[in-house]
Ligand binder design. Sequence first.
Ligand SMILES: [Zn+2]
Length: 91
Amino acid sequence: MSANQNTCSKCGGKSIVKGDIGLRTSRDLELIMVVRKDHGVEKKVPLQPKVCGKCGFVDLYVSEAKNLRIQPSDKPIAADARQRPILEYDF
Ligand SMILES: [Zn+2]
C-alpha cells in the first residue's frame, strides 16, 4: 500500500482499516464489475475496498488498473452495443 492508500479520501484521516477487507453481495461476488459502457465490454476486475475506521467512508479502487484497458480480444457483451472505434484515450 502506498501512503495515499492509507489516507481516507473523505476526512483525510490516516485511519484506513488495516488488513484484507472484502465486500460481497449476498449472492454473487461478481455482481460488482467494471463495465466500459462505450464498448459494451465487461471487465472482470476486482474492486478493492478501502474503509475508513474514523468516518466510515468506503472507497473503491482497482488493484490492476491496466486490466481495464480494452483489448482487441474483448468482445461486447450486449448485442446492441454502440459501435464506436477504439480511441486513443481508451488506453
Ligand atoms: Zn475518513
